[in-house]
Design a protein. Sequence first.
Length: 87
Amino acid sequence: MAGIGFHLRQMLSRDTFFSSIKAYFFASVISSGPWIFTIICLAILNLIVRPFLERPDALLLRSIFVQMFAVSLILTAPFLMSFTRAF
């Protein structure tokens, strides 16, 4: 992750519309990476568990996963934002 800010500044220094859009796109993907990863993991877990559990059990397991990921994202977000914004 080191040096990403330098690379984004280099993209923005080109002063073209496309380079600005590209830099802001990469910055948004980097800053929302844990959130995107969580959604992908929840979708994969839902597909894996579906054939093995009955519907009420699958819903309970899915709600436990969602709450677990939500709490972990909420607890780690202040550290993530301070590390990515401070440096």
